[in-house]
Design a protein around this ligand. Structure first.
Ligand code: LIP
Ligand code: MG
Length: 287
């Protein structure tokens, strides 16, 4: 049987590093900012250019594979995960950080077959850290094996989350009420890097104990999910059920004790599934 997806994994590492170099270079120049689902859901030419570079390179090597890319979906392409070999790509995770020069921007590339995630690559390109994980083969940051934290006492934990790009009062209320309840457990701290993929790698390397968010997309978390699992962590739905890649919500943690404690505090609000009928997002660019 050999290692059927090794060439795909190697291709993912290569193109992630190349994409990271394009992002770093673009960050040195003037960045034209547009918006998507809200006035704070930013997108730039670099997001679109980097996605084209990644999908172009992978499609050339794997012409019969399927692709789910954040910016392709925003332009109306379907976001359906089938049994076919499928790449799930966020070309620039942390676009707002990229626009502001806040130093956490990641290229996130995952690969699934028969709806099972085979491997994930998260290249934190401003830190020049390559996080990677393959099914059953462990998780790494560059060449160092990484493992989740062994903390079981929630009072000795750091929890990481984000508030997303939906600024409706009802959702903001629930997000901050959840964060307040967690903070007052109390935990050692709350953090947010601005990119879900990076947040999940911080869980995987033991820097924080758990990441949760409602409102993320499959491309933000698919690669990080493999890395967390391979680092010995757990993945769940925010209601304690099984992790569902397309549900736009998740908890990733170092162990079930921490995960279940966090889940108790999460105030759930609805988010359309990624595989719901296509909703083309209208991009708006100020002149
Ligand atoms: O848009 P993007 O920078 O690729 O992805 C980001 C996610 O990584 C983050 O978790 C979320 O809170 C932001 O709203 C945004 O969606
Ligand atoms: Mg993105």
């Amino acid at each position: 049987m050999g290692d059927p997806w090794l060439s795909a994994y190697d291709a993912a590492l290569r193109v992630a590093r190349k994409a990271g170099a394009v992002i770093r270079d673009a960050g040195e120049k003037e960045i034209k900012v547009c918006t998507k689902s809200s006035t704070v859901d930013l997108v730039t030419k670099t997001d679109e250019r980097v996605e084209k570079i990644i999908i172009g390179a992978l499609r050339e090597q794997f012409p019969d594979h399927c692709f789910i890319g954040e910016e392709s979906v925003a332009k109306g392409e379907p976001c359906n995960l089938t049994d076919k070999p499928t790449w799930i790509i966020d070309p620039v995770d942390g676009t707002t950080n990229f626009v502001h020069g806040f130093p956490f921007v990641a290229v996130s590339i995952a690969f699934a077959v028969n709806k099972e995630l085979e491997f994930g690559v998260v290249y934190s390109c401003l830190e020049n850290k390559m996080y990677r994980g393959r099914n059953g083969k462990g998780a790494f940051c560059d060449d160092e094996k990484i493992e989740v934290s062994d903390v079981k006492d929630i009072h000795k934990s750091i929890i990481i989350s984000e508030h997303g790009t939906d600024r409706s009062c009802e959702k903001v209320e629930k997000i901050f009420s959840t964060m307040k309840k967690i903070l007052c457990i109390p935990v050692h701290g709350l953090r947010g890097s601005g990119t879900a993929a990076t947040n999940m790698c911080l869980v995987a390397c033991g820097a924080v104990e758990a990441f949760f968010e409602i409102g993320i997309h499959c491309w933000d978390i698919a690669a990080g999910a493999v890395i967390v699992k391979e680092a010995g962590g757990v993945l769940l739905d925010v209601n304690g059920g099984p992790f569902d890649l397309m549900s736009r919500r998740m908890v990733s943690a170092n162990n079930m004790v921490i995960a279940e404690r966090i889940i108790k505090e999460i105030e759930i609000f609805p988010a359309d599934r990624d595989d719901a009928p296509i909703k083309k997002i209208t991009k708006f660019c100020k002149k």
